[in-house]
Design a protein around this ligand. Structure first.
Ligand SMILES: *[C@@H]1O[C@H](CO)[C@@H](O)[C@H](O)[C@H]1NC(C)=O
Ligand SMILES: *[C@@H]1O[C@H](CO)[C@@H](O)[C@H](O)[C@H]1NC(C)=O
Ligand SMILES: *[C@@H]1O[C@H](CO)[C@@H](O)[C@H](O)[C@H]1NC(C)=O
Ligand SMILES: *[C@@H]1O[C@H](CO)[C@@H](O)[C@H](O)[C@H]1NC(C)=O
Ligand SMILES: *[C@@H]1O[C@H](CO)[C@@H](O)[C@H](O)[C@H]1NC(C)=O
Ligand SMILES: *[C@@H]1O[C@H](CO)[C@@H](O)[C@H](O)[C@H]1NC(C)=O
Ligand SMILES: *[C@@H]1O[C@H](CO)[C@@H](O)[C@H](O)[C@H]1NC(C)=O
Length: 392
């Protein structure tokens, strides 16, 4: 038979083969991956078997309607997909402990990302950049940055315990519809979300800088624990849910010049370098105001309504508790009132220590409340231990 006849036969058999094989696919060897090269769309999941060893190339596939998944593939050293633009569902990689390369030059859209325990993965080769993803969770990887993740909107964005993660700049991100949280990453992680305008909850631990110049409104909690930045500036923020600054050892300046409403409680505690608290536009706090520490100046000139209790304690406050008591008498403050401007051991409303140096033996009761209350960052186990450690 001449070549002229072989070719159409081959092509036809390949077409049949392709059509029948473009569904759920399990990849144990490179030849399994080669088997779907002619499928531009895989209608189903692509699962990489945990026994896979070495480099893996998915060529030709442009779209996977299901997930791209590998769990426990300890010997998978790289995954490349030269044409893949879309993963419809989960892009889940877990326990690929020797993976050093993810090369997805065309990838733009994924249902969700869940990467966990990829300690050798230091960077992403995502030339085009992922602009669309539902929830993103990245934990315990070796990533140094998140270049290649260029999301415009995201649901949950959870970045935990990536010990080498030094910078995160997501220039495109404008809207986050669920919890954004960072904890336990490289201890001088810098987070830049220059265009983020709205979000729900955001919690930050173990970061050294954060930039949120465009942030206008959060419907949920904004919380900072154990950070290392000196200034927190949110020039455009007008409204948040619960607002918490706790154990931020370098924080000396909180600048929120247009913050008007805290739709929850507002806590400041154990921020030892914070010497002035000035919230010139703050009118309404729907929960309690609970500030304790070593601050000297306090300015809450616009306050009109505090639905919860009011606790103000400092070691060296140059503010008048009598003036503040007028707010209670005028019914601006609806709940219990406590004020002590010069208390050697200032405490939070729950009795926890207001400074990191003073005795915190009475912290246990506040500990329980802290862990069950709305101001618990919903983060990984390590962060939970971090939070527990703070209470001891
Ligand atoms: C990885 O390779 C090692 C050495 O060949 C082998 O012992 C181990 O079982 C492999 N792991 C997996 C998950 O297949
Ligand atoms: C943010 O996303 C939510 C959900 O997709 C949408 O309802 C809301 O309008 C968006 N807000 C902005 C400012 O884009
Ligand atoms: C801050 O808000 C003002 C007024 O709404 C707006 O003109 C400005 O662009 C905002 N700044 C940023 C960085 O988003
Ligand atoms: C978001 O913040 C609100 C309070 O502002 C809190 O009640 C809720 O539990 C938080 N949700 C998450 C997922 O952290
Ligand atoms: C993260 O911050 C917490 C305090 O919020 C601290 O206890 C913990 O040691 C920090 N972790 C790292 C890795 O720096
Ligand atoms: C606090 O930070 C803001 C914003 O960066 C700045 O404008 C202001 O001057 C700072 N205040 C002090 C007392 O350093
Ligand atoms: C306390 O504040 C007043 C102005 O409110 C100022 O005149 C005075 O010098 C301050 N005292 C100290 C010790 O800072």
């Amino acid at each position: 038979m001449s070549l002229k006849y072989i070719l159409p036969v081959l092509a036809a058999s390949q077409a049949v083969f392709a059509a029948s094989d473009c569904g759920d696919t399990k990849i144990k060897t490179q030849s399994d991956a080669d088997g779907i090269n002619s499928c531009s769309t895989v209608k189903g999941d692509v699962k990489i078997d945990e026994s896979y060893s070495g480099t893996l190339q998915l060529s030709g596939v442009e779209k996977i309607t299901g997930g791209l998944i590998c769990s426990g593939g300890a010997n998978v050293s790289s995954i490349s997909a030269d044409s893949l633009t879309t993963v419809g569902k989960a892009f889940d990689l877990e326990g690929l402990t020797t993976l050093t390369l993810l090369d997805f030059p065309q990838l733009d859209s994924v249902g969700s990302i869940n990467w966990e325990a990829l300690p050798k993965l230091q960077s992403l080769s995502f030339a085009k950049g992922v602009t669309k993803a539902g929830d993103v969770s990245i934990a315990n990887t070796g990533l140094n940055d998140l270049n290649g993740i260029t999301l415009k909107t995201v649901g949950t964005f959870s970045i935990q315990n990536n010990r080498d993660l030094r910078t995160i700049n997501i220039n495109n991100l404008q809207n986050a519809t669920d919890l954004i949280s960072f904890s336990g990453n490289y201890d001088t992680l810098e987070v830049d979300l220059p265009n983020l305008g709205t979000g729900t909850n955001m919690t930050f631990q173990n970061i050294s800088s954060v930039s949120l110049p465009s942030l206008e409104k959060l419907t949920g909690q904004l919380g900072f624990w154990g950070t290392k930045f000196e200034t927190f500036s949110a020039p455009n923020l007008t409204q948040t849910g619960d607002l918490v600054f706790k154990d931020n050892s370098e924080l000396s300046n909180i600048s929120m010049p247009v913050l008007k409403t805290v739709d929850g409680g507002f806590t400041i505690a154990r921020d030892d370098k914070l010497s002035a608290i000035s919230l010139p536009a703050l009118q309404r706090v729907n929960g309690a105001i609970d500030f304790s520490g070593t601050f000297n100046k306090l300015s809450l000139g616009a306050l009109k309504d505090v639905e919860g209790s009011f606790n103000m304690q400092s070691t060296r406050g140059n503010f008048s508790c009598d003036d503040l008591r007028k707010l209670k008498n005028d019914n601006v403050i609806k709940g219990n009132f406590k004020c002590d401007a010069t208390n050697a051991n200032p405490t939070t409303s729950k009795g926890g220590s207001g400074t990191s140096s003073s005795d915190s033996s009475s912290e246990t009761s506040s500990g329980a409340a802290f862990m069950t209350g709305a101001n618990v960052p919903v983060v990984g186990l390590a962060a939970l231990f971090g939070a527990l450690a703070q209470l001891l």
